[in-house]
Write a protein that binds this ligand. Structure first.
Ligand code: SAM
Ligand code: SF4
Ligand code: SF4
Length: 337
């Protein structure tokens, strides 16, 4: 029997997001700007990363709180060695019903089949432009779209459920909203637009750089008429829409202009074992220390209950209310989105 634990605003702890590595082969300007994450940037040493044994143990504990969904992220999660082995172990845990990966897709050509065979259900693939010249700029490494498109095709062939994520930032890629919508309307993959967020401290965010959900929908609806769809489940972050003349759908994740903190059920674990109850947190709880200091499962469970029951995070709501924002935040590449 599952015992949900509720935070101060009665939100259950449901979705666990695990960053499995902080390294990445891209340098997206809105996430890991290359001026900060240069060639000499010190990523985590391997011994700092939680091992597969440690991750398996943690997920077993989280499953006891009703966690059914696991999302593996990064950095670039497909750069973690033997990721399929981790997925195999996690998918065998009682209560875990859904395993997803968020990825830039480049390594899916090689890995999609074995990840699917290991128990992976879904992939969210990040692609911020369909035109090479724009994409080469956004990914900071001059990479064309074709390796990502090939990754998407490999995921499709492997039978994985696919969603495409596009971060929209003013001055970077708003020209791509319609071309991306047209392209993925044809392929039938769900395309999700993400409002550019002020995660981390180095991506030059300010309110003027955000293209709102309203604007994104307006642009698409003008050419490709849309109708709203109901949420699939409690806590779904994307507002969903369907094209009137077809079955493809789109979503918009509007964490800036229409925040959804009141139903936020997510808890996040960094690759070095720190636990965060909000994407915009400053400090995490040292879960690795709990594990490596030989605490029992029972002791860890008691601490997790304490952490979640005192959780009162509502950063995006507070931003919308105009409350002063914290200065130092964890980086997106560290916590994984
Ligand atoms: N490397 C993988 C990828 O890009 O899919 C996984 C990690 S990435 C940090 C996870 C997600 O966060 C991606 O969909 C990415 O587009 C999104 N993201 C990164 N920085 C963001 C920002 N400043 N605002 C909104 N979304 C962001
Ligand atoms: Fe890497 Fe993903 Fe961040 Fe882009 S968004 S730099 S692919 S971690
Ligand atoms: Fe959840 Fe924090 Fe995002 Fe609000 S700002 S939805 S509490 S992660």
């Amino acid at each position: 029997m599952v015992n949900y634990v509720l935070d101060k605003y009665d939100r259950p702890m449901k979705d666990l997001r695990i960053s499995v590595i902080d390294q990445c082969n891209f340098r997206c300007t809105y996430c890991m700007p290359k001026e900060i994450f240069g060639d000499d940037y010190q990523f985590m040493p391997a011994q700092e990363l939680l091992s597969f044994d440690e991750l398996e143990r943690m997920v077993k504990i989280f499953a006891q709180f009703g966690t059914e969904k696991i999302r593996l992220t990064g950095g670039e999660p497909l750069m973690r060695k033997n990721l399929d082995e981790l997925i195999r172990r996690l998918s065998a845990i009682d209560g875990i019903k859904d395993i997803a990966v968020t990825t830039n897709a480049v390594f899916l050509v090689k890995q999609a089949k074995k990840l699917k065979a290991a128990g992976l259900n879904r992939v969210n693939i990040s692609l911020d432009a369909i035109e090479d010249e724009v994409f080469k700029q956004t990914n900071g490494r001059g990479i064309k779209t074709s390796p990502v498109i090939k990754g998407i095709e490999a995921a499709r062939e492997a039978g994985l459920n696919i969603k495409i994520n596009m971060v929209v930032k003013k001055g970077m890629n708003e020209s791509q909203i319609l071309p991306m919508a047209r392209y993925f309307k044809e392929t039938g993959d769900t395309l999700r637009f993400i409002e550019f967020m002020d995660v981390g401290n180095h991506n030059g965010w300010n309110m003027d750089t955000v293209i709102s959900k309203k604007e994104i929908i307006r642009q698409i609806h003008e050419e490709l008429p849309l109708e709203p769809l109901d949420a699939n489940y409690y806590g779904e972050v994307a507002s969903r829409y369907k094209y009137k003349d077809g079955n493809s759908e789109i979503g918009v994740i509007s964490s800036v202009t229409d925040a959804f903190c009141s139903t936020c059920t997510r808890i996040r674990l960094s690759a070095d074992g720190k636990l965060f109850t909000c994407l915009f947190a400053t400090e995490g709880y040292d879960l690795k220390e709990m594990i490596r200091s030989n605490q029992t499962d029972h002791e860890i469970i008691l601490q997790l209950i304490k952490i979640w029951t005192k959780r009162d995070d509502r950063y995006s709501d507070e931003r919308a209310e105009g409350k002063p924002q914290k200065k130092e935040k964890i980086e997106m590449s560290y916590i994984g989105g």
